[in-house]
Write a protein that binds this ligand. Structure first.
Ligand code: HSE
Length: 439
């Protein structure tokens, strides 16, 4: 029988509790209580660092929540994967992932992907555990199903690390900004592509060369498709739109365009127009309650705070009808940074164990997303052809002198459907080499 006597205590340590200290870590500590059992699925880059933080900060974390946290299971494909991590107790390492997923108070899913991760997360929920995950692809695809399962079981799912890595973004979005009606979210949410575009802009380096450099530095995956084709950002945009607009948005609802077609010519043209090119995840709520969500490269004016986001950093601007603009900025990736967000979620989950957090995730029946056809934007167009064709087909705001028959056009604001139709006509008489929204 667990005793539930409480004492006000100073830092918890191996020698026992003390109530003589009044340090910052003073906390309400339950004596003689069973530890919180944590099962870790995946001991890779983020998993190993999560284990490290749990071990290195054991005393502080226990003091904070009043109970020790114990890593009772670490599941991985091959136990030798944990050899480089001396802080992981080898006696709890196993290849039996299902047993770890179903024998813990909190299950931390860091396997990644949309395959087996779904099975283990659903099993963990079914066993009564709360789940912490950094898996944006899983949530963007199966979020409604997973959250419904958690709701039915009365447990919770936390996923701060899935968007913006170490940046506290989802929690402020669903808590601090809850009194606000979010009208738009605009973000650089993929560090790899921001690095590539930044290097192209500041050093004049070619896309392929910077991509190789990004892979060598460990930013981009060996198969970088998810980053450069925009899918990683689209997963994050789906999660952001879900929380910001209180509806279910999945990856299938998000229109995606990556950065693979961007050339140094576009980068130079953007500069002449006073802009830089950034891959943005954007969601906008319309007056009638519907919303747009998409990922695409944009020209943004150099005065925009987003233009100053360099290297692999992320930044997200949220606009609300009460708060106005709020900006979040920081490291969007990195093993320790992401692990820190995972550990914070675990503490949140423990502190709210008896009263689940509602994240306003709908039941899947409400679909607010609409196609982009009616979204109005100014456009940058690089076109090889005749001036008369441009002037008769596009609402021209500015037009460059041609260089080897190529014009740079800036249009007035037009709906996407109108731009698509114009591009089709222009391609019949010349070649649209590039077209991007200008913000
Ligand atoms: N590949 C991702 C990025 C990692 O570059 O942002 C973090 O989700």
């Amino acid at each position: 029988m667990i005793s539930r006597s409480y004492v006000i205590s100073g830092p918890y340590n191996r020698q026992g509790y003390t109530n003589t200290s009044h340090s910052r870590e003073d906390a309400l500590v339950q004596e003689d209580v069973a530890p919180i059992r944590v099962g870790l699925l995946g001991a890779g880059t983020v998993g190993s660092q999560t284990a490290r933080l749990l071990v290195e900060q054991k005393d502080e974390l226990a003091a904070r929540i009043g109970r020790p946290i114990e890593l009772t299971g670490v599941a991985c494909l091959d136990p030798s994967e944990t050899d480089p991590f001396p802080w992981i107790d080898k006696s709890v390492v196993t290849t039996d992932t299902m047993s770890v997923a179903t024998n813990a108070d909190i299950v931390v899913e860091l396997i990644g992907g949309t395959g087996v991760a779904r099975k283990f997360v659903l099993a963990a929920i079914e066993s009564g555990a709360s789940v912490v995950t950094a898996n944006k692809a899983l949530l963007a695809k199966y979020g409604p199903e997973i959250y419904a399962a958690a709701e039915a079981k009365g447990v919770d799912i936390y996923f701060e690390a899935s968007v913006g890595g170490a940046i506290p973004f989802l929690k402020p979005l669903r808590e601090s900004l809850v009194g606000d009606k979010v009208t738009s979210m605009l973000g650089i949410v993929n560090g790899t592509t921001n690095y590539i575009l930044d290097e192209m802009t500041t050093k004049g380096l070619d896309f392929d060369d910077v991509l190789k450099d990004a892979q060598a530095k460990g930013y981009a995956e060996a198969d970088p498709t998810g980053d450069i084709e925009g899918y990683d950002a689209a997963n994050k945009a789906a999660i952001m739109a879900t929380l910001g607009f209180h509806t279910n948005v999945t990856i299938d609802d998000v229109s995606v365009e990556g950065i693979t077609k961007i050339t140094l010519e576009d980068v130079a043209n953007a500069d002449k127009l006073g802009c830089v090119i950034k891959l943005l995840g954007r969601s906008v709520r319309c007056e009638d309650g519907t919303a747009y969500a998409y990922v695409a490269p944009h020209l943004i004016h150099k005065e925009s705070p987003l233009a100053a986001v360099e290297d692999v950093f992320n930044a997200i601007m949220v606009d609300g009808n009460a708060t106005g603009e709020v900006m979040f900025y920081g490291k969007g990736a990195g093993k320790l940074a992401t692990a820190s967000a995972v550990v914070a979620d675990m503490l949140d989950s423990i502190e709210h164990k008896d009263r689940r957090r509602r994240i306003m995730w709908g039941d899947g029946s409400k679909k607010l997303l609409r196609p982009l056809d009616t979204l109005r934007s100014a456009w940058y167009v690089r076109f090889k052809g005749a001036r008369e064709d441009i002037e008769s087909i596009l609402p021209v705001e500015s037009l460059s002198e041609p260089v080897e028959g190529v014009f740079v056009v800036q249009t007035s604001k037009i709906p996407t459907a109108e731009m698509d139709a114009a591009a089709e006509k222009l391609n019949a008489v010349g070649k649209v080499c590039a077209a991007m929204r200008i913000l």
